[in-house]
Structures are given as C-alpha cells and as structure tokens.
Design a protein around this ligand. Sequence first.
Ligand code: HEM
Length: 489
Amino acid sequence: MDISSLCIVVIVTFLALLAFLSVIKKKVSGSGTYTSGRDIPGLKVSHAQHGNLDLITKHGGFNGFLLWLHQQYGPIAKFWFGEQMVVSIASPQLFKETSRMFDRPGLLFKMLEVIITEKAIQYANKEDGKWRRNTYDSCYSHNNVMKSIGMLQKLSEEMVGRWSQIPHGEHVPCRQGMFMFAIKAVMQSSLGNFFFQDEEVFKFWESYNTSWSDMEQRFLKEDFPQPGSEREKIFNEAKKYMYDTIAAAIEVRRKRPTTEKRKMLIDVMIENNIPYDVMQCDVLMFIIGGFHTTANSLLWALSFISAHSDVQEKMYQEVKNILGDTGKITPDNIGQLVYTRQVIDEALRIAKIAPYAARFDDDNDVKLGDYVIPAGTPIIQAINVEYNDPARWPNPNEFDPDRFSPEKVSERHPYSFQPFGFAGKRKCPGYRFAYAEVTTALANILLSFQIQGVKGQEVKASCGLLGALDDEVWITLEKRSSGSVQPMK
Ligand code: HEM
C-alpha cells in the first residue's frame, strides 16, 4: 500500500469511528443516564433516596433553595430531587428556549397531590392536558374577564364599605379582607353566584389554611401525620369541606343551567362531560390557584403602597382621573390604568408569588444553551432567581414601579418578567382575571382611602412554597372625600 492510500484508510477509519461514537453517545443520552455536551454544573447527591432535600429544607423550600443554587452555579444548575436529577434554569434566553414545552413534571409538584389529587389539571400532560387546557381557557379569555368586571367592582365596593365602618385611627388587619375578597372573586367567576354567605367563605378559607399548612409541614419538614391521629382527622375534615362545597356548587349548576352568555368554568366542564372526580379536582385547582396568588399579591401591593406615599399619590391621581365621576372600574377604563399596572407588576416581581414553573420532555433530549438535557429530566424555570438579578433589576430588593415604565420594559428581554409562566399553551390560565381583580380592588381602595403602614411593622416573605407574607399586614385608613383626605369619624 502506498503512502497516500494508507492516509485515506486512516482518515476513513477515523471518520467511521467518530460516527460510531456519536451514535453510541446519542443512544446513551436518550436513555436518561448520561448528559452529552458539557457537564451541567451543580450539586452532587447528598442522600441516596432523598437527593438534596436536606438543602431544599434548609433554605425553606424551593424559593430560597433556587436563589442559593444559582448563586453558587450560575444560570443553569443541576440538583437531585430524590433519585431524580433536576436541571434549573435562570436566564431570559434559557426561559425562551423552553417556552414551547407543554408537559409539566408531576414529581416536582407531588406535595400538592394530598390536596388536589393526581387527577388535577396540574398533572395532566400530552393530549389530555392540552385538550383540558384548551377547553377551560376560554372561560378566562379577554372577553369573559371583561364581563366579570361588574362583579369585581361590586365585591370591591363591599370590601371598601366594610373598611369605612372601622373607627378612625384603628389598626386594620388586611389579610382576612383580601382572602375573603379573592375567594369570592374566583368562586363567582368559575362557579357562578353560588357562594355568597360570608361564614361559608370564611370556613372555606380556614379549611384551605389547615390543609395547606399541613401539606407544607409534610414537604418542608418531612413531618407526616400518624395514621388515625387527630392531625390526620383534622386534615381530612378540612379537605372534605372544600370538596363538599365544590360538589354542592356542581349540583346547583347541573339542576339550574346558566342562561347567561358568559360561560363559566363549571358550565364548560358540564357541557364537555368532564368526569365528576376530575371536575372536582380541576375546580379546586382553579380556586386555590386563583385566590392564594391574588390575595397575596394584594397584600404585598398594599404593604408597598402604604410604605411609599409618593407611589400611592401618583396611583391615586391616575385612578381619580381615569375613573372620573363614576368612580367605577369598567371594561373601557381598566386598560388605561397604566401606572397602577406598573405598581402591580413591581409587587409581583418582588413578592415572587409563584417562584417557579417547570417542564419536561419525556420522549426527547432537550437542547438548552450548550447542554443536552436527557429525556425525562425535569427542568425548573426559576422565575424568582431572574427577578433578583441586578443585571436587569438594579437594587432588586427595592420597590420601584418605574422599572415597568414602557421605555424600561422595551429595553429588557421579554422573558425577563413572566410572573404567570412563559408564553405558550400552559401559561397561567387566570392571568387576565388576576390583573383585573387586583386592579379593581386597589383602585377602589385608593379612591376611598389614603393608607399608611403601622409604625414598626416589618413585612417579610414567609418560607413556604409560594411567595406569601410571614405576618399580618396592618394599615391605618384616612377617608378621602372629593379628592382630599378627610379623617374618619
Ligand atoms: C397574581 C396571581 C397569579 C399568579 C402569579 C399565577 C401564577 C401561575 C403560574 C406561574 C403558573 C404555572 C404556569 C406554568 O407552568 O407555566 C400558574 C398555573 C395555574 N394558575 Fe395561576 N397565577 C395567578 C392567578 C391565577 C388565577 C386568578 C387563576 C384562576 C382563575 C389561576 C389558575 C391557575 C391554574 C388552574 C394553573 C394550572 C394550569 C395548568 O396546569 O395548566 N391562577 N399560575
């Protein structure tokens, strides 16, 4: 063999070897046990069965843990949830790359199963999940939300009316009022005018609190109730109350179908023959998903507004000018409250109400930046970490609604602020309703009162699964009359 033939044989053999290796690598990577591309930075397993649960618990849940993880390892980092490797991402570019994925890894939300059960929309993927979302989403379309404005305005007036009865100077606790308002709003928008007695609303809220805090105790402290214990009994009774309430609402609606043009969640479910047990869990998911988040957003917003008189005054002037003599929110004026929307967005950013979303692809590897994530690996979209990045949010802990001025927004990557999850078919179905609800409540409060925080009160985030407040928000009220502030009688 001459030298040139030898060279050709060597090159061909080398290329064949490369092709062979790449096929092997692809196969192994598809099996979910090997990550091709550069190795993803991140944690090693702390415990064979619990993975890094010790660190998640130490940081008070995913919210604190993800902030810490990305501080250590940058915008993409892996950790172990039990025996499963999880990849967390925290940059607008990486969020964009995952924004078309639909399926959600149930494993990361398994703790909620004790309340909403495994049949809930939260765990529905592939064709079933897409069909359910497609069916339900129409209930919270722009048009349908606009048809709910009258109801939201009425509930806001009711809340403001109650506050007007409070003697001047008294410290007002906001939590109960905001939760009662938010539960009524989401109940009436999804179930119709079924749920109106305050005692029932209050009992529903209490039942939810009991079951939610028990669930957090199980997940964050690995503290489970003993079978047959008093704690288990209390948990089961609280859960039953919520399910019984929903069952009663379904029954009422079945017997008395709506004649209204606006189709509610319950009507759409009945029309589409959603199985009864699925209907119950999905309604509960919408109700909990709807009121926990909006009530906490309102509480955060009130605590910021009461501490920033300049912001409050600017908001008040806007509300007064746009609402005019009627003093009511309507479908025509709500979109004009531009500064109010900036305040709400800034409160959502700091509060990190829903700190993360998650996706996975069970069938294919996912290419993310320089990495290939093996099929089946849960990918966390760490929204909360992005909101703390000083590169896009200078002094991230400072409350500054001007960050959301149209000019500032246009300078930022669109994926740097997506509090309702990312574009695509799995974004929060209630996002339009949430904005309408929070805007209507705040506008009505500010139109009636000047609010102030109570001296010495320090508002802190609680260490739980969602961005809630640790403590009560206390305010004092000065009644406004025709644009000026009047002390209350
Ligand atoms: C400020 C208020 C709210 C925030 C910050 C919020 C945030 C979120 C986020 C981040 C998700 C996950 C999205 C994803 O996986 O990409 C979600 C899901 C969901 N939200 Fe909201 N949400 C709010 C209000 C509401 C309201 C008012 C409703 C009901 C009317 C609602 C119902 C739901 C439901 C049912 C899901 C699960 C959807 C599914 O599994 O496909 N949320 N929300």
